[in-house]
Design a protein around this ligand. Structure first.
Ligand code: UDP
Length: 401
């Protein structure tokens, strides 16, 4: 990976509560947690409440061992425009009172976009974690969120060289990009139960290692209309082994709304699992079937194959090895059956491959880069400047990060 110095020696220069992390969903909490820990007292969490169910937010904050948010906005349940608009307005007030020296957002959600817009409106230095991911699929709202936030950010933390190249192709380069790896590697290492404990957890669920499937599904194109959701559920039943379907609240509501409860009851339909339980189940499963971004990354760490029920992905790094794309169509059932037939051999092949998401030091690099950004901003920006980025580029000192 390019530009991976960590600048961590500068961390000590960050005062308490000087870095505001604006997060709103389960995967953002999971992947920002290592950075929150690395920042220590310098970091404060602001939660937009995009995910507001206890099983996707409160219990996760406790499980991940991070401090409670200093503010929770509860924008969840509003329309996309409502979440973004209300989010920006409320975040402006909170950021004005906290006066952080940098604002950090993660990923591609409405929380990410509203946090980035609020920081930009207040001329606060903006850091984007998980920058440079592109599906090139303009039907996805997340694609628009990522593109806008990358262009607003003063510092883009790109997990992989692929992400770095995407940013360069859009003219975002030089001092604004640092390749850090993805903090998912640390998150998995920190929360994966040991092997014996995993087998006990799986046995407690009445399952046998390598003899079950783990499935998650939550993207609007898969669950917001009855057609694709029915096709996906039908493809998962009768596969000759139990399917643990950890249903997102959006999916559970859709199953009831579309009268698919009888079909879904032929699977092990369960509520969202704690992170430790979900990782244990994933690591012991024969196969993962999911439309999740985070699960695609985790598949490469737990070394299990994942069928990604989508037409495009912003995470091409694992394609052809850990992951394969599949549309929610009538061929999905056969593809799952084929993957299960060769699951044993696939497991042995995947065990030999490294994850494309880096090592255990991504959070250290990101925290160091944030500290360097703050230092650079304090020493190089023109008082009253409205263009942080221009001044930082002028300073041209990112190579030292
Ligand atoms: N996850 C979990 N419990 C579950 C299902 C998923 O902890 O029951 C975790 C999973 O390990 C991954 C993250 O949630 O890290 C993915 O979240 P989601 O699919 O909601 O969002 P996406 O990654 O697609 O943005």
């Amino acid at each position: 990976m390019a530009s991976q110095g960590n600048g961590v020696s500068r961390l000590g220069s960050l005062p308490p509560r000087s870095v505001a992390l604006i997060l709103g969903t389960r995967p953002e909490l999971i992947k920002a947690a290592p950075v929150i820990k690395a920042l220590g007292e310098s970091g404060v969490l602001i939660h937009t409440g995009q995910h507001f169910d206890e099983g996707l937010s409160g219990s996760f904050i406790r499980e991940l061992g991070i401090s409670e948010p200093i503010a929770s906005l509860r924008v969840g349940g509003l329309s996309r425009a409502g979440q973004i608009g209300t989010g920006v307005e409320r975040l402006e007030e909170i950021l004005m009172s906290v006066q952080p020296k940098a604002v950090v957002v993660h990923g591609d959600t409405n929380a990410t976009l509203s946090g980035a817009l609020a920081a930009n409106a207040l001329h606060m230095p903006l850091v984007h974690m998980e920058a440079g991911l592109r599906s090139f699929d303009r039907r996805m709202p997340e694609e628009h969120n990522r593109v806008v936030v990358d262009h607003l950010a003063d510092l883009c933390c790109a997990p992989t060289d692929v992400n770095h190249a995407n940013l360069s192709a859009e003219g975002i380069n030089g001092g604004r990009v640092v390749v850090t790896g993805n903090t998912i590697v640390e998150a998995v290492k920190a929360h994966m139960p040991p092997a014996a404990e995993r087998r006990r957890m799986v046995a407690d669920m009445g399952l046998t290692p390598s003899r079950f499937v783990v499935a998650t599904m939550h993207r609007p194109e898969n669950v917001d209309s009855p057609g694709p959701l029915r096709v996906i559920l039908e493809a998962l039943v009768d596969q000759g082994m139990p399917v643990l379907f950890a249903a997102h609240p959006r999916t559970t509501r859709a199953i009831d709304r579309f009268g698919l409860r009888a079909l879904a009851s032929r699977l092990r339909l369960i509520k969202p699992m704690s992170y430790g339980h979900f990782l244990a189940a994933s690591a012991e499963a024969a196969l993962l079937v999911s439309d999740s971004g985070g699960v695609q990354e985790e598949a490469s760490i737990v070394k299990r194959p994942v069928i990604v029920v989508r037409r495009s992905t912003e995470r091409p790094e694992g394609l052809g090895t850990f992951s394969q794309l599949h549309a929610p169509d009538e061929k999905l059932a056969d593809s799952i059956a084929t993957a299960l037939e060769s699951a044993h051999e696939t497991k042995q092949e995947l065990a030999k491959l490294p994850t494309p998401y880096g090592d255990r030091y991504s959070s250290t690099r990101i925290a160091g880069a944030i500290a360097a950004l703050v230092q650079l901003y304090e020493t190089h920006t023109t008082p009253g400047s409205e263009s942080i980025t221009a001044d930082l580029l002028e300073a041209q000192s990112w190579a030292a990060v």
